[in-house]
Design a protein around this ligand. Structure first.
Ligand code: AMP
Length: 365
């Protein structure tokens, strides 16, 4: 499990990270804790970091990233980690992504513990931490039984040097300007989940556990967050109308024509028999009309040439005409199918006049 806890200073990231550690058996990695340890130990890195920490500014990215790289290389971090207080700005978030990508173990989840900034001041000024076991208290909301003594191990409780009003003000400003943009950063990656930070510690923890469980369940059944992000991008692209001429446009066009021709052939096959008999009837009526015209023409001596041609046509269609009177449509079908050549001729000649014939035929029906 690889998680980042996001939230303003005092939102409860440290407390929740400890609970998650106990439940999921992965280490809490807190850059604040690592820096404080370095300051206490008086290492060169600690001395460098101290001034920034005392003023509530961010320690340089180089120092913090070197610390994180070193910590994540420990064996206990192989099965996962809960990052608390890191990343604190976009450069750190991008460096973390690159680091985890190299390991082939991308971040799975970023949980934002959302809380009103006004409440944070009281929370932070009341904060006390056990020097021995790290247990956290708040003299306002969750005080120890004995003043300045840890309930768990009896160790000394310490008030953090940077938990004074001036420094807290600076830290909250730094959070707003530099860390809050990470909310959008992880939202765009499809990895952000938000829980409300107000209320009992157990309730907040239950809400965080729920999103962790959901994420783990999704990972086993669904594509990864990266695949989801790609899916979301594709979906967004699909919503934009595919431009004609583009591959997507061509694909859509092909799909449309396919479904059109399918539905056409369906409707054609549904209306097939009716169409054929209608055609036959129309063809019969056309022939009758032509025959009449030919007879009239024949009776007109001035149209000898027309008469001859009309007679020819009548002869060709004669077989059909005789058999395609409305009474004998059924037998016409058989004859027509047997005499393919005759049928072809009839169709060819009848085709251009189909519409007229149908129109004419309709009132008779
Ligand atoms: P925290 O305990 O997380 O509130 O951190 C205490 C102080 O350590 C901060 O106010 C910063 O000065 C410094 N710090 C902790 N984490 C980082 C980080 N990721 N980047 C830069 N500075 C940090």
């Amino acid at each position: 499990m690889r998680i980042v806890l996001l939230g303003a200073p005092g939102s409860g990231k440290g407390t929740q990270a400890k609970l998650l550690t106990r439940k999921y058996h992965v280490p809490q990695v807190s850059t604040g804790d690592l820096l404080r340890a370095a300051v206490r130990a008086g290492t060169p890195l600690g001395l460098q970091a101290k001034a920034a920490m005392d003023e509530g500014r961010l320690v340089s990215d180089d120092i913090v990233l070197a610390m994180i790289r070193e910590r994540l290389s420990h064996p206990d971090a192989r099965k996962g980690f809960i990052l608390d207080g890191f990343p604190r700005n976009l450069a750190q978030a991008e460096a973390l992504d690159a680091m985890l990508e190299n390991l082939g173990k991308p971040l799975q989840l970023a949980v934002l513990i959302d809380i009103d900034l006004d409440i944070l001041m009281q929370r932070m000024t009341g904060r006390r931490t056990c020097e021995s076991c790290g247990q956290m208290y708040n003299i306002y909301s969750s005080p120890p039984k004995l003043e300045d003594r840890c309930d768990v191990c009896g160790g000394n409780l310490r008030h953090r040097a940077d938990d004074n009003e001036e420094t807290i003000g600076n830290r909250l400003r730094v959070y707003e300007n530099q860390t809050a943009p990470l909310i959008d950063y992880y939202r765009k990656q499809g990895k952000l989940r938000t829980v409300q930070g107000l209320g009992e510690i157990e309730d907040v923890f239950a809400a965080i556990s729920k999103v962790v469980e959901e994420t783990l369940a999704e990972e086993t059944t669904a594509p990864s967050a990266a695949a989801r992000a790609i899916g979301a991008m594709k979906k967004a692209a699909g919503k934009k109308k595919a431009a004609p001429g583009t591959a997507a446009g061509a694909e859509k066009q092909a799909a449309r024509s396919k479904s059109q021709s399918k539905s056409q052939s369906k409707s054609q096959s549904k209306s097939g028999p009716k169409s054929r008999s209608a055609k036959k009837a129309a063809s019969t009526k056309k022939t009758v009309t032509k025959k009449t015209a030919a007879r009239k023409a024949a009776s007109t001596r001035q149209a000898a040439a027309k008469k001859a041609s009309a007679v020819k046509k009548t002869r060709v269609k004669g077989a059909v005409t005789k058999k395609t009177t409305p009474k004998k449509q059924a037998s016409t079908k058989k004859v027509a199918s047997k005499k393919a050549s005759v049928k072809k001729t009839v169709k060819k000649k009848a085709a251009p006049k189909k519409k007229t014939a149908v129109k004419k035929a309709a009132p008779k029906k």
